[in-house]
Design a protein around this ligand. Structure first.
Ligand SMILES: Nc1ncnc2c1ncn2[C@@H]1O[C@H](COP(=O)(O)OP(=O)(O)O)[C@@H](O)[C@H]1O
Ligand SMILES: [Mg+2]
Length: 210
């Protein structure tokens, strides 16, 4: 399956989620390939950190030249991390993928931009549009704050997107994940971020867990 992790906004957590999912899939012995089509190349950088540190399994990250049907067919699971500064590559990825996963921070602006992104995906030149999934990333971890639930409710009601209940909170270990080249469930296996992330992974890859 070919999964694009995308959104129209920087900082929503695309590279973070892609990297953590990649480690998880590799640990599940899935033949996974990673394609970084964001010129910022965050995923490539974190893959390099992981490789330099010698962590197992290593992750090899391909560039946009791998966006060909032959190359995409070379793995069981492909994850494509997209940015918005290369719209041509984004459109190409949207043409080939089976689904798009959108991390949505809990703000009105992010709900609006998700709506625009759904329209952009629907306008991709292909017979059948890919399925779009959305989940809340960087959710508020204080119960008193309602914004996150309100954003989740707004996301549920957006046409054209399937809502995933599993939610990632705003947690510092996600930042460490990048700097150390380790997934959050490797860094803090018993932490809340790990628990939340593993629920998300199970929701996205149910066939691997049951
Ligand atoms: N759930 C989270 N909690 C805390 N920090 C996060 C979370 N998700 C992402 N971040 C941090 O936010 C920044 C932007 O994330 P990134 O994955 O690079 O976004 P994108 O790829 O969409 O631009 C990074 O420093 C990352 O560590
Ligand atoms: Mg990124």
């Amino acid at each position: 399956m070919i999964t694009v992790i995308g959104s129209l906004k920087g900082g929503s957590g695309k590279s973070t989620v892609t990297f953590n999912l990649a480690v998880w899939l590799a640990m599940a012995d899935v033949k996974v390939q990673l394609i970084d089509i964001d010129p910022q190349a965050t995923l490539t950088d974190v893959g390099d950190v992981r490789m330099e540190e010698g962590f197992d399994p290593p992750l090899k990250v391909l560039d946009k030249s791998a966006l060909t049907p032959e190359r995409l067919a070379a793995a069981d699971e492909t994850l494509i991390d997209v940015g918005t500064s290369d719209m041509e590559a984004m459109r190409r990825a949207l043409q080939y993928c089976d689904r798009v996963v959108v991390p949505v921070p809990p703000s009105q602006a992010d709900i609006w931009s998700t709506q625009r992104y759904i329209h952009l995906i629907a306008s991709a030149e292909r017979a059948k549009a890919p399925t779009v999934f959305g989940f809340i990333n960087r959710g508020d971890t204080h119960h008193a704050v309602r914004e996150t639930d309100e954003a989740a409710a707004a996301l549920v009601s957006l046409p054209g997107i399937k809502f995933i209940k599993a939610r990632l909170g705003q947690r510092t270990v996600f930042r460490r994940s990048f700097s150390e080249g380790l997934a959050v469930f490797e860094l803090e296996p018993r932490g809340k971020a790990a628990k939340e992330f593993l629920s998300l992974a199970a929701a996205l890859y149910p066939y691997l867990v049951s």
